[in-house]
Design a protein around this ligand. Structure first.
Ligand code: 6R9
Length: 642
C-alpha cells in the first residue's frame, strides 16, 4: 500500500449524546485526560474494579517486548469475579441470564444459580481428570451450559478453546490437535433454522484422530439420537454426582485463560492466547464504559455466538464481571419469523443491543415494516461490531431500531486485542455515522505509513501495550512476532492489518483489511468506501467489493450487490451512482446482483472467495464459511453473466 489511501467519502452528519445519558454516564470526558496523564495508573485503577486475592507488584512488565506481562505478581480468579463476589455482595437473586431457545423454550438463571452450576461443573471437570493448565475444547450451541463450561474452566485454571458450533470436522480436529486438548465439552445438538442440528457426530469424527482427548462431556439439548463411545459422559450425569461446593483458587494474573483461533486467510488458524488479569480488567472496564451499563436496571443483549471473541468478552466475561442482566438467544434471527429479534427485545425489555453490521444490513433488506410491528421503546443504546458499518446502515439502525433516540457505539477491536479499543463513549462523543471515532481512554492508536510515520490515511497501528492484548500465538512465538510486530519493528507498534483514515476532526474511519485494498490505475481504493457508496443507494441492502486483475488498470472493481426487498435497479445505474459519489476512478467494471454473500460465522464478508469468482479461479479454503451453498450460486451467476 502506498502512503495514503484515497480520501473518498465525506460525512457531515453528527449526533451528540442524549442529554440524560450524558448527565448520568458511567464514564465522562475526564477519563481521557486521566489516562493521558498516567496511562498505567489509569489501568491500575480499572484493575481495582475487580477483586484480587493478591495485589500486583508491577502494573506492566514491558522489559521483553512484545511479550507483555500485566499486573505482575497479582492473583485473582475470573469465575470468582464474575459470580462469587456478586453473590457475596447480596445480588445473588439478580437474573444473570434470561435464556431463550430458538423453539421458544426459556430458562432463567440468577447469579446464585449460575454460581452453583459453575461450581458443580468445576468439580465435574476435576473428577474427569482435568487440572490447572490443561486445555479444554468447547463445541456447543448457544445454551447457558456454554457459559458455565467456560466459567468452570476459568475457575480451575484450565485453558478453554471454544470452537464455533458450525465448524467442520477438519476445523475442530485441527484446533483440538493444535492445543492438545484433554477434554471436549459439547452437546447432542442445538436448534438452528427451526430444526435440531447435530453437533456430536462432528465431535466423534474429530476425536477419532485426537489421541490427547480423554473424555467427551455431552449436554443433552435436543434429545436427538447420538452414538456413544467409552469416552463419552453425559453432562447431567457428571453434574448430578458433582458437589456444589467449590472454592475458587487464586490464579496468577498471567495464567492462560483461553485460546481462540482466528480463521486466517491462507495458512493454518492462529491460536490467539489471552491471560487472566489484564484481559478481565479491560473487558470489564470497556463493557462498563462503552455500554454505560447500569446493572440494576439494564437488560443487555449481545447477539454474538460464544464461538466468536465478541461472545467471550461481551457475553461471558465483561457483562458477568459487571453483574449485568442479559439475554442469551440460541437461534437465528429469521426463525420462526423475521421479527424474532424485535419480538425478543419487546418481550424482555432489552435496553442495550450489541450486534453486527451484517445483521443490520440484513434487517434493512427484509424491510422497515418488520421492526415497526414491535415496541422497541425500551432500547437506550445500540452497538455495532465486526466490520465497518456503512453510514447508511448506521442511519437505518439509528432510525428503525433506535427510534432516533439511542446513541450508536461502533466498536473496533479484534480477537487479538481481546477487548474494545476504538469506540465512542456514549455519554461523551458526538458520533458520526460509520466512524469508530477515537481510541478509548488508556489506548494508543495511530494511523501510519509504511515507514511508521503518522499520516491521515494508511495502516492502523496500536502504539502502546494494552492490558487485554494477545500474549502470543499458541505454540508459535515466531509467528506472533512475524504477523503482528515485524512491520513496525523499529517503532515497536502492533500492526492490526486494517486500513484507516483520520478526518479533519480527528475521527477514525476503518477501511477494511489492508489485504483487501484495491489498486486501480495507481490509486489505493478501500473496499469499504465503495461498498458504503453502493449501500447509500436506496435500492441496495448490501454490497461486497473486490479488486480483480485487469489488463488495463492493474485491478478493476467488481461489486456483488444484494438489493432491498422488492427494489429494482439496473447495474448500469449503480455503476454510475458510484462514479458520481466517489469519482470515475471508483466506477465498478462489473456489478453482479446476488441473493446472498459468502460470510464467516461472525458475519464478515469473505472477499477472498469473491475475488476467486471474479478472477474465475477455483475457490480457496471454504472451511469457515457459514453456508457453503452460497458460493456455487454466485459462481454460476458470474459464469452466465459473462
Ligand atoms: C471483534 C472482532 C477483527 C477484524 C478487524 C476489522 C474488523 C471489527 C470493526 C471492524 C471496522 C469495526 N472489525 N470491528 N472493522 N469497524 N467496528 O470482530 O474480532 O473476528 O478477530 O475480527 O474485524 O477488520 O481487524 P475478529
Amino acid at each position: 500500500m502506498s502512503e495514503t489511501l484515497e480520501n473518498l467519502l465525506s460525512e457531515t452528519r453528527q449526533f451528540p449524546p442524549p442529554a440524560e445519558l450524558a448527565a448520568n454516564a458511567n464514564v465522562t470526558a475526564a477519563a481521557y485526560a486521566e489516562a493521558d496523564a498516567d496511562r498505567l495508573a489509569f489501568w491500575e485503577k480499572q484493575a481495582r474494579r475487580l477483586d484480587w486475592f493478591k495485589e500486583w507488584d508491577q502494573v506492566l512488565d514491558w522489559s521483553n517486548p512484545p511479550f507483555a506481562k500485566w499486573f505482575v505478581g497479582g492473583q485473582l480468579n475470573i469465575s470468582y469475579n464474575c459470580l462469587d463476589r456478586h453473590v457475596a455482595n447480596g445480588i445473588g437473586d439478580r437474573v444473570a441470564i434470561h435464556w431463550e431457545g430458538e423453539p421458544g423454550d426459556t430458562r432463567t438463571l440468577t447469579y446464585a444459580d449460575l454460581l452453583t452450576e459453575t461450581k458443580k461443573a468445576a468439580n465435574a471437570l476435576l473428577s474427569l481428570g482435568v487440572s490447572k493448565g490443561d486445555r479444554v475444547a468447547i463445541y456447543m450451541p448457544m445454551i447457558p451450559e456454554a457459559a458455565v463450561a467456560m466459567l468452570a474452566c476459568a475457575r480451575i485454571g484450565a485453558t478453554h478453546s471454544v470452537v464455533f458450533g458450525g465448524f467442520s470436522v477438519d476445523a475442530l480436529r485441527g484446533r483440538i490437535q493444535d492445543a492438545n486438548a484433554k477434554l471436549v465439552i459439547t452437546a447432542d445438538g442445538g436448534y438452528r433454522r427451526g430444526a435440531p442440528s447435530a453437533l456430536k457426530p462432528t465431535v466423534d469424527e474429530s476425536v477419532a484422530d485426537c489421541p490427547s482427548i480423554e473424555k467427551v462431556l455431552v449436554v443433552r439439548r435436543t434429545g436427538q439420537e447420538v452414538a456413544w463411545t467409552d469416552k463419552d459422559v453425559w453432562w447431567h450425569d457428571a453434574m448430578s454426582e458433582a458437589s456444589a461446593e467449590h472454592e475458587a483458587a487464586p490464579m496468577d494474573a498471567e495464567h492462560p485463560l483461553f485460546i481462540l483461533y482466528t480463521s486466517g486467510t491462507t495458512a493454518k488458524p492462529k491460536g490467539i492466547l489471552h491471560t487472566t488479569g489484564g484481559y478481565l480488567t479491560q473487558v470489564s472496564f470497556t463493557h462498563h464504559a462503552v455500554f454505560d451499563l447500569k446493572p440494576e436496571t439494564d437488560i443487555y443483549w449481545c447477539t454474538a455466538d460464544i464461538g466468536w471473541v465478541t461472545g467471550h468478552s461481551y457475553i461471558v466475561y465483561g457483562p458477568l464481571s459487571n453483574g449485568a442482566t442479559q439475554l442469551m438467544y440460541e437461534g437465528t434471527p429469521d426463525t420462526p419469523h423475521k421479527g424474532r429479534f424485535w419480538e425478543l427485545i419487546e418481550k424482555y425489555g432489552v435496553t442495550i443491543l450489541y450486534t453486527a453490521p451484517t445483521a443490520i444490513r440484513t434487517f434493512a433488506k427484509w424491510g422497515d415494516e418488520i421492526p415497526a410491528q414491535f415496541n422497541l421503546g425500551s432500547l437506550r443504546l445500540l452497538g455495532s461490531v465486526g466490520e465497518p458499518i456503512n453510514p447508511e446502515a448506521w442511519m437505518w439502525y439509528r432510525e428503525h431500531i433506535g427510534g432516533n433516540r439511542c446513541p450508536i457505539v461502533d466498536t473496533w477491536w479484534q480477537t487479538e486485542t481481546g477487548g474494545i479499543m476504538i469506540s465512542p463513549l456514549p455519554g461523551v462523543t458526538d458520533c458520526k455515522p460509520g466512524s469508530a471515532m477515537r481510541p478509548l481512554p488508556g489506548i494508543s492508536a495511530e494511523i501510519v505509513n509504511d515507514a511508521g510515520n503518522p499520516v491521515n490515511g494508511g495502516y492502523l497501528a496500536l502504539t502502546k501495550p494494552w492490558p487485554s492484548m494477545l500474549r502470543t500465538i499458541w505454540g508459535d512465538d515466531n509467528r506472533f512476532l512475524e504477523t503482528y510486530w515485524s512491520r513496525f519493528k523499529e517503532q515497536g507498534f502492533y500492526f492490526a492489518g486494517d486500513g484507516a483514515k483520520r478526518d479533519e476532526d480527528g475521527a477514525i474511519w476503518l477501511l477494511g483489511r489492508v489485504d483487501d485494498v484495491m489498486l486501480v490505475s495507481g490509486h489505493n481504493i478501500s473496499t469499504t468506501e465503495v461498498e458504503s457508496a453502493l449501500v447509500a443507494h436506496p435500492a441496495v441492502a448490501e454490497a461486497a467489493v473486490v479488486g480483480a486483475t485487469d489488463a488495463t488498470t492493474g485491478q478493476a472493481i467488481v461489486a456483488f450487490v444484494i438489493l432491498r426487498g422488492s427494489a429494482e435497479v439496473s447495474t448500469e445505474e449503480l455503476r454510475n451512482h458510484v462514479a458520481k459519489t466517489l469519482g470515475p476512478i471508483c466506477k465498478p467494471r462489473q456489478i453482479m446482483l446476488v441473493a446472498e454473500l459468502p460470510k464467516t460465522r461472525s458475519g464478515k464478508i469473505m472477499r477472498r472467495l469473491l475475488k476467486d469468482v471474479a478472477e474465475k479461479r477455483s475457490l480457496g479454503d471454504v472451511t469457515t464459511l457459514q453456508d457453503s451453498a452460497v458460493m456455487s450460486l454466485i459462481a454460476e451467476g458470474m459464469n452466465s453473466a459473462t
